[in-house]
Ligand binder design. Structure first.
Ligand SMILES: NC(=O)c1ccc[n+]([C@@H]2O[C@H](COP(=O)([O-])OP(=O)(O)OC[C@H]3O[C@@H](n4cnc5c(N)ncnc54)[C@H](OP(=O)(O)O)[C@@H]3O)[C@@H](O)[C@H]2O)c1
Length: 291
């Protein structure tokens, strides 16, 4: 989907930005963030969804000759449990897909995850901490970081939610309307991050031309999934009780870190609002989204 057309003239031409996986929740938030015209520095935005470019395949001639200055690479296999049963396909999307996005030769923002850590720390993970992923998904994203290349901003974020797609907040809104009680894990702690806030932080990183490499960009504050579920019910006015359970009790296929709070130790790191603010912004966006 081409949002804006222009005549790409090399000298003094407008910047060209490509978003992969554009129909995903972060892809949509980035489209909104970057669609806001910057009159001082206008650019063209090309948003390609899975059906427009399956990133497991090399880019088409049209894409590779698109003259992109910046690629916001959100396309990914994000089914953490499903990846355990199909590591090859998860790697094809996450690792080969990132290599294909990097092959465009543009500045690249590659999105990675708190799941590259094993969760044994009890204080925030910063960029210099050594990764040790527990799951197939986490390992695929760590390999993807490696193939993103030296010209990439590797943005690690966590527990993403937004007004569209499959995410924990939307699942809780549905379950909270259907049930009196839901069982939610209370022994994993992280930073639930609103995609709109992450998109703004990414724009700050890229527009500010910060140094390349790994950046931790996650919401202020921390909580468990059970805390987040209670906050969803309370903010949305749903009469549903959270039964706090352990990860073991829930028995999901993929192991997840017990503690994966991300913070940045880098100078000039964009700061994100608190996750509660993100939750309110998300609920407000859901209320105003048609359908
Ligand atoms: N969700 C989280 O909690 C979280 C946390 C940390 C980091 N991240 C990272 O943040 C990025 C964005 O995540 P998200 O939450 O926005 O995920 P999402 O909503 O699942 O979006 C991912 C998008 O990628 C597309 N996709 C899947 N396979 C593809 C392929 N082979 N070629 C092209 N597109 C493909 C999906 O399309 P289909 O649905 O049509 O397959 C989907 O639209 C990902 O890199 C993810 O690893 C996510």
């Amino acid at each position: 989907m081409e949002l804006e057309q222009s005549h790409p003239v090399r000298a003094g031409r407008r910047r060209r930005i490509l978003i992969t996986g554009a129909a995903g929740q972060l892809g949509q938030a980035l489209q909104q963030e970057f669609a806001d015209a910057d009159l001082a520095d206008p650019f063209d935005l090309v948003a390609l969804s899975h059906k427009d470019w399956d990133v497991t395949h090399p880019p088409s001639d049209t894409v590779s000759q698109g003259g992109f200055d910046l690629v916001l690479h959100t396309a990914a296999w994000t089914d953490v449990d499903g990846a355990e049963a199909d590591p090859q396909r998860a790697a094809a999307v996450n690792v080969t897909g990132t290599a294909n996005a990097a092959s465009l030769g543009a500045s690249l923002v590659m999105f990675s995850t708190d799941y590259v850590f094993d969760g044994r720390k009890r204080e925030p993970y910063v960029e210099s901490d050594g990764p040790n992923p527990l799951s197939v998904y986490g390992r695929s994203k760590l390999h993807a970081e490696a193939v993103a290349g030296a010209q990439a901003w590797v943005v690690r974020s966590s527990w993403l939610f937004g007004p569209t797609g499959n995410n924990f907040v939307r699942t809780m809104l549905r379950l909270g309307g259907e049930r009196d009680e839901v069982a939610v894990v209370d022994d994993q702690r992280g930073c639930p991050t609103y995609v709109g806030h992450l998109a703004s932080a990414v724009r700050e990183l890229a527009d500010g031309d910060r140094a390349r490499g790994v950046w931790h960009l996650a919401a202020e504050g921390t909580c468990t999934w059970a805390d987040l579920a209670e906050a969803v019910f309370s903010e949305a006015g749903l009469d549903c009780t959270v039964r706090r359970v352990s990860t073991e009790e829930l028995g999901r296929p993929a192991p997840r870190p017990a503690y994966s709070v991300l913070r940045s130790e880098r100078a000039g790191a964009p700061e994100l609002p608190h996750w509660r603010e993100g939750l309110r912004a998300c609920l407000a966006a859901i209320r105003t989204t048609p359908g």
